[in-house]
Design a protein around this ligand. Structure first.
Ligand SMILES: Nc1ncnc2c1ncn2[C@@H]1O[C@H](COP(=O)(O)OP(=O)(O)OP(=O)(O)O)[C@@H](O)[C@H]1O
Ligand SMILES: CC(C)(CO)[C@@H](O)C(=O)[O-]
Ligand code: BAL
Length: 275
């Protein structure tokens, strides 16, 4: 696996590799990320290209009171995991090169950025869109793979490449879960044992609500039960809602996407499923 830490090296290495399938990450890799690398390998094989993964903890998508400084970092472990998964090129840019002090451009995606994560984390999707556009342009990615776990992010990135005619095809990949249903996330390591035991309730609540609605229960009743159940178990809910899958507008009609953000102690758990 080649490693690039500056843009000239990245461009020189990428030019040798043919069409690129890119997996953007913030590191602290787990099986969810590795599933994206596996999907990228399939895409790369189909276009006779190669797999690149970026590791960059993007300061632009963290709010001033968020967990940027304690975001988990493990460069050596991440590089070993990428290499073992068959990644051809790792892109590890420095913050100064990504965001020179005189930079003056950012990307604002309206529509799917509104509400939910966009409301809970003002400026978050502006940071995500800006860094993703830079990563696509830096690597020249033909395709880029994102996890459905961050459903709203996936829709924001899709909207951005469509609106800006960026020639990178976006592929969403299913959420990888622990055996008990908890969606894998780098931040799960911060759950205390009792919180870890409770955390799968988030996915179970979504599943129960989706099953209820599929059986004809009105959305308001099914969602109300799910919210009340999680609150009674000690979760602090930022939101739990049924939305149109692509626009993220709230809806009462199926098919939709059930999305949730629930806090347990200091950890914010995100999940979503089809409904
Ligand atoms: N459990 C998962 N299944 C599939 N894809 C995932 C999973 N977790 C993360 N991803 C995807 O991996 C990519 C990089 O995500 P990121 O590095 O933020 O990891 P993360 O585990 O989501 O971390 P955190 O949620 O703590 O920020 C994103 O496209 C994200 O959706
Ligand atoms: C897409 C991403 C790598 C952009 O920093 C990040 O938001 C993430 O890890 O999901
Ligand atoms: N997985 C989304 C990145 C973030 O939480 O900032």
């Amino acid at each position: 696996m080649r490693i690039a830490r500056d843009l000239p090296t990245l461009r020189a290495e990428a030019a040798k590799l043919g069409p690129i399938a890119l997996v953007p990450t913030m590191g602290a890799l787990h099986a969810g990320h590795i599933s994206l690398v596996a999907a990228a390998r399939r895409e790369a094989a189909a276009m006779r290209g190669a797999v690149a993964a970026s590791i960059f903890v993007n300061p632009l998508q963290f709010g001033p009171n968020e967990d940027l400084s304690r975001y988990p970092r493990d460069e050596a472990g991440d590089l070993a995991a990428l290499e073992a998964a068959g990644c051809d090129l790792a892109w590890l840019p420095g913050v100064e090169a990504m965001y020179p002090p005189d930079r003056a451009t950012a990307i604002e995606v309206e529509g799917p950025s509104a509400g939910w994560e966009g409301a809970a984390r003002p400026g978050h999707f502006r940071g995500v869109a800006t860094v993703c556009a830079k990563l696509f342009l830096q690597t020249g990615a033909r395709v880029a793979l994102f996890g459905e776990k961050d459903w709203q992010q996936l829709q924001v990135v899709r909207r951005m490449v469509a609106d800006l005619d960026i020639p990178t095809r976006i592929i969403g990949c299913p959420t990888v879960r622990e055996a008990d249903g908890l969606a894998m996330s780098s931040r799960n390591r911060f759950l205390a044992p009792a919180e870890r035991a409770l955390a799968p309730r988030v996915h179970a609540a979504l599943r129960d609500a989706a099953q209820g609605m599929a059986a004809g229960r009105p959305a308001a009743a099914a969602l109300g039960d799910a919210r009340a159940g999680l609150a009674a178990e000690g979760f602090v809910l930022d939101y739990l809602a049924l939305v149109e899958p692509e626009t993220l507008r709230e809806t009462a009609a199926l098919p939709g996407r059930l999305i949730v953000a629930a806090r347990l102690g200091s950890v914010r758990l995100l999940d979503n499923i089809a409904a």
